[in-house]
Design a protein around this ligand. Sequence first.
Ligand SMILES: [Zn+2]
Length: 320
Amino acid sequence: MSSSYSLGLHEVGQGAYAYLQPDGGWGYSNAGLIVGDGCSLLVDTLFDLRLTEAMLESMRGVTGGAPIGTVVNTHANGDHCYGNQLVSGAEIVASSATAHEMTEVPPTMMAALNAADGDVGDLFRSFFGDFDFAGIELAPPTRTFDGRLDIDVGGRVVELIEVGPAHTRGDTIVHCPETKTVYTGDILFIGGTPIVWAGPLSNWVAACDLMLGMDIDTVVPGHGPVTDKSGVAQVRDYLAFVDDQSRQHHAAGDDAWEAARAIAREVGARPDFSGWGEFGRITVNVETAYRSLDPGHSTPDVVEQFRRMAHIEAGLAPGA
Ligand SMILES: [Zn+2]
């Protein structure tokens, strides 16, 4: 919990590490390493091969005597699994829902969008231009599970708990009871705004409540600095607030885009949320809330959603 927010490997408990990538914005994800007797478990790989190789290199002092035998992908977003091929000798574990979802956004699609001409390419590069998707051949999970799975890591029990659908369809958190540490994947963004691609929001709130009830001291988020239960509570409060506000706007007959802009102003007025980055994600979150309220609600395509996020962040300062 005392680790500073700097790039690289930090020991957060005995034999439990976080690999942090400030500033935690789009694509700058965290990973984890749990070291047992003679073998290790890696929680997530990174968005491209260069970043993943740098991470694995930083771990070699530890993994030299305890090679990575297991990789857990917390969910299907590329910033948590696109580096899998660099640890492909290991067993790769994910929930069934995550394994299924992982095929939907292949690295070749990201590479093509990053290289696209015109507005779409410019928009895409404004989010993901730092990353190099060339040469990535996604190594899929070799073992899947539903619900829960305990893994023995050199005598250490590591618990995988599926809490999705929430951020994505199959989110998993990774709990190391011995060190009272949980690796949340993108069930937590700290200092940045959570983005609810799958939902329902209530399911993500329930995932936060589950963690708040666990015997844990150290919480490694998917993005942002290491935190504790106070960080979990903040994310829970944001999601509950957005869910409640969305319900009110839906009941008033507001369309989702109108509601998102109004709720962005409300969020900006809240001192507990107003400093968070990527606040334009509210538009995705309200779309997801509206789909939960009305299964017939039609959400715009992903390009339009990125346009709307950029629009909110460019033109609508929090509190404006
Ligand atoms: Zn992520």
